[in-house]
Write a protein that binds this ligand. Structure first.
Ligand SMILES: Nc1ncnc2c1ncn2[C@@H]1O[C@H](COP(=O)(O)OP(=O)(O)OP(=O)(O)O)[C@@H](O)[C@H]1O
Length: 263
């Protein structure tokens, strides 16, 4: 098998605007990528493409060896777990947390559901446990905190045992404690070789979980830099991506950035 995800000369145009412009990107088995860039850079658009939920205007998108447009996306989608604010809005507030996770596999086939129902429930609860929210399995989703919801959503995305896990701004709106708990859960997931390939979108370098291996920096639909995280996370590349002079620090496995002071 070749690359897990591949974008080759991908452009997306809406009206006269190029949302993505000639983007090349490849993601290999075992990679954990962060996609970083300012508002409007095209991050969510890339996630939509590699989730098989959008087609490029030109260029090719290959997901687990299958080229978008030449394959049945309904077969591909269970192989790609996604968490995003847009998906979250579709979860009914009254649904129990365990059902939020379980329905991810119910989306496959009815027969599969009937045969493996007990196994499914056990798997859903153990996934909630992995993310420290097993005790909330019976609680209505709408009563959970933002941080707890994020972790339920990630458990849901992992339920069908996907090959790829896409996380679109998982730490958005979390307080410091919630963010740090999520970082630690994602770091653990990243460090487990049985985990799927991971792609995490964020605006903030502070939200890169330890264990992430690669970074894709975007600005205005174009790639500023892509590759191993240590090579990409330089002040020069980040300043170019965000359009201001930045200082970047690394403390152990975490990054931080701020505007350069000029001395
Ligand atoms: N249907 C559309 N028509 C016109 N412009 C669009 C459309 N969809 C997205 N865009 C524009 O494309 C650009 C990239 O959007 P995208 O959501 O991919 O960016 P992003 O990097 O995820 O941004 P953010 O960090 O703000 O979420 C934005 O300027 C957005 O306004």
């Amino acid at each position: 098998m070749g690359d897990v995800l591949e974008l080759d000369g991908v452009s997306v145009r809406r009206g006269t605007k190029m949302i993505l412009d000639q983007v090349d990107w490849s993601v290999n088995e075992g990679d954990r990528w962060v996609v970083l860039g300012p508002n409007g850079a095209g991050k969510t658009t890339i996630i939509q493409l590699v989730a098989g939920r959008m087609h490029p205007t030109s260029g090719t998108v290959t997901i687990i060896g299958e080229q978008l447009g030449r394959t049945d996306v309904s077969e591909l989608r269970p192989l790609v777990g996604v968490t995003s604010a847009a998906l979250e809005q579709r979860i009914p507030a009254g649904e129990r947390a365990v059902d939020v996770v379980l329905t991810a596999s119910y989306g496959m086939t009815g027969r599969w559901r009937e045969e493996y129902e007990d196994y499914d429930v056990e798997r859903a609860v153990s996934l909630l446990d992995v993310f420290g929210v097993g005790h909330l399995a019976e609680r209505a989703y709408g009563t959970l905190s933002s941080g707890e919801r994020q972790r339920v959503q990630i458990a849901r995305a992992l339920m069908p045992d996907p090959e790829v896990l896409l996380l679109d701004e998982p730490a958005a709106g979390l307080d410091l404690g919630g963010r740090e708990e999520l970082m630690s859960a994602l770091s653990e997931l990243a460090g487990d070789e049985r985990s799927p390939v991971m792609v995490l979108v964020t605006h903030h370098v502070e939200e890169i979980p330890p264990g992430f291996t690669h970074a894709l920096l975007l600005r205005e639909g174009g790639v500023v830099a892509a590759g191993p995280i240590d090579e990409v996370m330089t002040p020069q590349h980040l300043s170019a991506a965000f359009g201001l002079d930045l200082e970047v620090e690394r403390h152990r496995d975490r990054f931080s950035a701020r505007a350069a002071t000029g001395h």
